[in-house]
Ligand binder design. Structure first.
Ligand code: FE2
Length: 327
């Protein structure tokens, strides 16, 4: 089973399953000696649930402070400088085609106007993490729920809950891509079924290793398409350039048997040959697969198997050093 997350351990109101679908780790490698943070959405407890049954709220765009816009600007400028060299062409094209600018946190209505015309998606504001069934229902109806808050200036490189920078800058460029946008809708539909079958932990691994932490080959080299990487200054370089992690050709069953790290950089990334491979995944009948997954092994995040199609075998140096630190 997946490792318990730090956030889940801190809050008895947040299920690991909810986090595993929506949460991403943007670890910087820096020790976390921070005071406990304000929680949002589901993480803040039942009292924080908005009146709307689907947890949507007004973005409250006019309420953002200059300091909050300034945090967006810092994050936006450094990622837009970095990603043309590291992200796949579809991400960079999506980023440039959207009404995203450095000086202001984007207005979801303006984003949705462009996105709706391109792929039929819209962005809806939510206060933070939402219950799994709510999350899946949004995706199944081509609505992407985005937290409306932004991280504090002293947590630029690590946050425990996805904020507006992660949700918008990380996810929305790929929602401009027709195949990716269809895949995420199919994932929402599959999530509702998996929930009824008690198979969310397995399905969550698919989301994690694609939508959040996926790489894709371009001209023979791995490039970022996952939002958890693309929105992280430190992990975007680590995932593509570091000798430490394994980069392994994507295989659905292999991925769904593989645990992941929620509290640090990934030890292995799974690499698609092409974004078009997601088309096939959207059509998979998962029920027989879930039955197979009931038996057989689960794999630790850093394992390399004899049958793996290894694109780059990592030397594990980063995580070895981290484990040494923790002895
Ligand atoms: Fe995310």
């Amino acid at each position: 089973m997946q490792e318990p997350s730090r956030s889940a351990a801190e809050s008895d109101t947040v299920s690991g399953a909810a986090l595993s679908h929506q949460h991403d780790a943007h670890a910087s490698g820096e020790p976390l000696n921070q005071p406990s943070r304000e929680k949002h959405g589901l993480a803040a407890g039942d009292a924080a649930a908005p009146p709307s049954p689907n947890w949507t709220i007004d973005q409250g765009w006019s309420s953002y402070t200059e300091a909050e816009h300034a945090v967006w600007k810092t994050l936006f400028e450094r990622q837009t400088r970095l990603l043309p060299e590291l992200a796949c062409a579809a991400f960079v094209q999506g980023m440039r085609a959207l009404p995203l600018e450095a000086d202001r946190i984007p207005d979801f209505r303006r984003l949705s106007d462009v996105l709706m015309r391109k792929t039929g998606w819209q962005i809806v504001a939510v206060p933070g993490l939402v219950p799994d069934d709510v999350f899946f229902d949004h995706l199944a109806n081509r609505r992407f729920p985005s937290g409306n808050f932004i991280r504090k200036p002293d947590e630029l490189d690590y946050l425990e809950e996805p904020d507006v920078f992660h949700d918008v800058f990380g996810h929305v460029p790929m929602l401009m891509h027709p195949v990716m946008s269809d895949f995420i809708q199919a994932y929402g539909q599959g999530g509702l079924r998996a929930q009824s079958l008690g198979k969310l932990p397995q399905l969550a691994r698919l989301y994690w290793y694609t939508v959040e932490f996926g790489l894709v080959l371009e001209n023979g080299a791995p490039r970022i398409y996952g939002a958890g990487i693309a929105s992280s200054f430190t992990e975007s370089r680590f995932a593509v350039q570091s000798p430490s992690p394994n980069r392994i050709g994507f295989d659905l069953e292999r991925v769904m048997r593989t645990n992941y790290r929620i509290d640090d950089f990934q030890e292995s990334y799974f690499v698609l040959d092409s974004l078009d491979d997601l088309l096939h995944l959207a059509d998979v009948d998962f029920e027989p697969l879930y039955q197979r997954l009931d038996t057989g092994p689960e794999y630790a995040p850093g394992m390399v198997l004899p049958q793996d199609r290894v694109i780059q075998r990592g030397d594990g140096s980063y995580h070895s050093a981290r484990r040494g630190e923790n002895l």
